[in-house]
Design a protein. Sequence first.
Lengths: 758, 228
Amino acid sequence: MILRRGLKLRTQWWLIAIATSLLVVGMTMDRTTMRIDNLIYDHLLQASFSASSPPSSKPIMLVEIDDDTIRRLGRWPWSRATHAALIDRLSAGRPKAIAYDVLFTEEGDPNEDRLLGQSAASSPIFFPMLPAVTANEGTAPAALMPISPIRAAAAGVGYATIDPDADGVVRSATTVAGAQGQWHHLMGLVAGFAAGREVTDARARLIPFSGGQGRWPEVSAAAVLAGEVPPELLQDKIILVGATASGLASRYPTPTGSVMSGLEIEAYLLQGLRDGAMIRPAGLWPCLALALLPLWVLMTLLGPVRRLPALASFALCAALVLGSCAAALILWRLWLPPGAALTGLAIAYPLWGWRQLAVIEQFMRVQLERLDHEPSLVPQAEPSRKERGVAYTIRLLRAAITRDREMRHFLTDRLDQLPDATLVLDLQGRVVIANAAAHALFTSIGIAIDGTASAAALLQCFRQTGSGDAVPFPPIGEDPAMCEVQVEQARFFLIGMAAQTSTEGARVGWVIRFVDISEAKSAQRQRDDFVQLLTHDMRSPQASILAVLETASPDRISARESVAIRHYAESTLRLADEFVQLARAENLEYALEQVELSDMLMDAIDDLWPQSKAKSIDIVTRGDEPLLVMGERSLLTRALGNVIGNAIKYSPQGTTITCTLRRETRRDGTIWAYCAITDQGPGMDADLRMTIFERFRRGPVGLGPKTSGAGLGLSFVHTVVVRHHGEIECESEPGRGTTFTFSLPSTTECDRNGAQVS
Amino acid sequence: MRIAILEDDVALAGLVEMTLTEAGHFCEVFGEGHLLTRALHRETYDVLILDWNVPGISGIGILEWVRSNLDLAPPALMLTSRSAEEDIVEGLFAGADDYVIKPVAPAVLKARVNALARRAYPAALLGIEVFGSYRFDTRAETVECHGELIALTAKEFALALLLFRNLHRALSRAYIFEAVWGRNPDLPTRTLDVHISNVRTKLNIRPGNGFKLVPIYAYGYRLEALTS
């Protein structure tokens, strides 16, 4: 599922990147984004000239044929004599060059034309022409040159056309025209003359407007004619003469935001050409590079190399575009249109975001649908009908959230119902959930479980039973860890700690359970006290009674009474012993070892030697096969002794007790050791035989010879054998003797060879 | 010998004192533990007979006190009503040289005390040693029973002699191992049981011959001579 989603997203990434790239290339090639480009260009230009100090405007001066001049000199067009007079006046100031932007293309009065030619020859003066004029319908356009006297006198002739862009704003000028490039712009000629070299570059055609309107020093033509302008003001200046009067000349909007006369625009063009500051529009390849590079950077940052937030990546790329564009314009006078690049970014960013959202939504829906159909612990609403659309996903999500909430409620509820105090902790040991019993427990100790409670602090009030050590958290050793602790005087708890893992198997926290074992401990202590009472406190006075009998002189206590007292004291001692042994057989933790059954049998027989000898009973052992069993030697020996002791007790004088040892392999392959103890006593009836292993059950008094015993002996035997996973059987018939058969699981390994180690 | 008896029960203390005095020993009875430790500061005793539960310092406490306070600890015998196997082991490991459960027959007590004394103050014994019907020749490493030669391996002979020489004394498994096989024997623990079993069978150490071999829970063995 994850793989498929990844693959899907990757394909979409490539699709978006390639489609947007193609779009951007198309926009760059056919300049779709020109309006955006122009807007950015205008603002950048304004920003650049307002930031930098403008170059000196001193060498250029405008002589305007303005409204004032028209008012003072009369109607336009003037006679050529007036123009000649103006040129004479200007030449008197010895200017560096004059660009006289008035067309003299038609023949006029020959005298006046000649006069104008003479005047024009007096200083370097440049005249405009028209490069391509269609004179008559159907003829090829041809250049329209000034009249011959002017052409002869002029320092240069060039065209002075102003070409506004499609939006009417004047940004550029064509510096070279004509089929062979034979015509130059008037300002190009003037600038070349002033600089003394060729300055025209056909590619650099954007005018570097470095200021607004009214930047150039200007005088009115009327003022010059009237001699109001001192000649030294004109000295070494490049003088542009042209019409600005309303009605005579057009005014054009410029990137600077202000509307300028053609004369002013030409002044900027002149300055740009003279300073070599003309701006060159970039070619197709740089434009494509600018458009595509940031786009792929953005796609990389959004897709494979995710280092930044998406919005930051987008802002970074846009800034990269605008920054490189501004830097190229200001530092290298190169215009890179950023419009296509910005449009590409603006398309790719939301497109990619939308596709991601769509994939996530689909993934979420599939997961939620699956979750919706999984069995839940809590009762849930019917699964929603499968549909499409966001509303359906929202419904699924709402169901999932409800389910999660129910789940949590269910969990805390069940935890609260647990009888034992239970804490659920996170990895750092902070309490995540504490059930009602836990709250009750810790409140009784005097600690409130609040949001900041930690396991380390809570466990501090407990001390391990015996050692008195604190409870370590997290637990050391096996999992789950158990330890017995004490709090206050008589409250005991069994603490169990278990690590919790997530569905993936990572460790996520701990669960601690406190089981109150105070009652069990108290019962255990009572039993221990009871056994202690029997083993010592009850035995001691009996031992003292026997000691008194031993030391008393025979004339104080008669021998008959002494024997009776001794008998009862010994009976009490035996009862205590039997009880202690039974308690031990029931409660002792057996330390099992390999032990030979025949050795234990021999021990038991030797222990009973005084009794058997007293009754002249012969105890015979048959079978000397080694029979190793895993057992607790003292208990098994005592069990054998109890059975043999009973046999001696109930057998008549001079009989024989036979102990038979044998080995047998059972049907399931296990090897068992058997020890059968057969006496020649009176035997038992079936009823008695069924109950002999119960406590305080003993042979009937009066049936056989007088016997002593407390009746715990066979209970002990039964307990020991059962705890050794063995069996004990009793076969008996009245008058035919009794056979007790021990069967114990035998270990197969017999290292009788150990005897040869010497 | 000078024997100190720690016993708070007057009747029993009287019996022990009477028995041992008859056997020719000098006895002193203490009813409380700290009275005995005070006496041990100024007096020397050859054997201590200690009850477990007494006022003041208990018998076990006395054993610990003796071990840490006296340069030459006298042999000690626990005489107590505590009959559980665990208690016997605890007493022996605390430093008691023997452990006797009340009530005790005077003859047994006498034999046990003599065994203790013989071990602590051994007489020079060489050559032929006789124990009841058994006759050990320690040079030839042979043993006879009722005049009949019994074939034993070297280890079995050493083990048998060790048991007879320490009559009535509880011997720990580690002690027997060290005495017969030397230090750190890399042997299975069953080895000792097997040898004991062999010695017992070959020498026929059974009550009928006047001797009884007693295994001691989780501790070791003791050979007893029957008195009657």
